[in-house]
Design a binder for this molecule. Structure first.
Ligand code: IYR
Length: 224
């Protein structure tokens, strides 16, 4: 087993307690402004911004530092149309083809979602996130990855946060099943589509559902 090299922790920055309280509260306010948006503008977003946000996502803690993610960033209008067409086939089955149980459809009703996904063509970027279940070496041998779903979930959360922080909006879109994305985007078998992060600016008259988030006593218990 190779022994890891260790270097001094030089990146940690401690804040005086008042600043810490302030930073935590400010960040909460920033995050409370994040909304999942479905009304996208077709305004262009610079690729460099997306790259920085992906690098931020790539700092996520993950199993054995295998970094088991691959981000396929689609800006090509032809490919976006193909993604829309294929996703809408799946979504039609889900919403109107009897695939979704009524209980699930009832749970979604207040969000106003349906099988039409125009944002998949209109938004400037579709970030398709793949989870690498294992790695395939040049000689064809497989190496196992660890805590893949947890790792990719954390990276995705950090990506959403980075994009919000940069002044963009996102939609976490999960066509089901998503395997068509491997074929369409030419991804190998060790990569499992995780979700599609639709990314861009909101339409000027964008509307969002009137929903609230749970208060602290409903999401946390302290044992002290
Ligand atoms: N994948 C569908 C359905 C959907 C499911 C959940 I859970 C949501 O919170 C929202 C939508 C769609 O994208 O419409």
């Amino acid at each position: 087993m190779p022994i890891a090299d260790f270097v001094p922790l030089e990146t940690f920055r401690e804040l005086p307690e008042d600043d810490m309280r302030h930073a935590a509260r400010e960040f909460l306010e920033t995050m409370r402004r994040r909304r999942t948006v479905r009304d996208f503008s077709d305004r262009a977003v610079p690729r460099a911004v997306i790259e920085d946000c992906l690098l931020a996502a790539g700092t996520a803690p993950n199993g054995a530092n295998r970094q088991p993610w691959q981000f396929v960033v689609v800006g090509d209008p032809g490919i976006k149309s193909q993604v829309r067409r294929a996703a809408e086939v799946e979504e039609r089955d889900f919403y109107t083809g009897g695939k979704a149980p009524q209980e699930w459809l009832d749970a979604l009703e207040h969000l106003g979602t349906d099988e039409h996904k125009p944002f998949l063509e209109r938004a400037p970027w579709l970030i398709v996130i793949f989870a690498e279940s294992y790695e395939r070496a040049e000689d064809g041998s497989k190496t196992k990855n660890y805590y893949v779903t947890e790792s990719v979930g954390i990276a995705t959360g950090m990506l959403i946060t980075a994009l919000h922080h940069a002044g963009l909006v996102t939609l976490t879109h999960t066509p089901s099943p998503m395997k068509f994305l491997n074929g369409l985007l030419g991804r190998p078998d060790n990569e499992r589509p995780f979700l599609v992060l639709v990314t861009g600016y909101p339409e000027e008259d964008a509307m969002v559902p009137d929903i609230t988030k749970k208060p602290i006593e409903d999401i946390a218990v302290f044992i002290e």
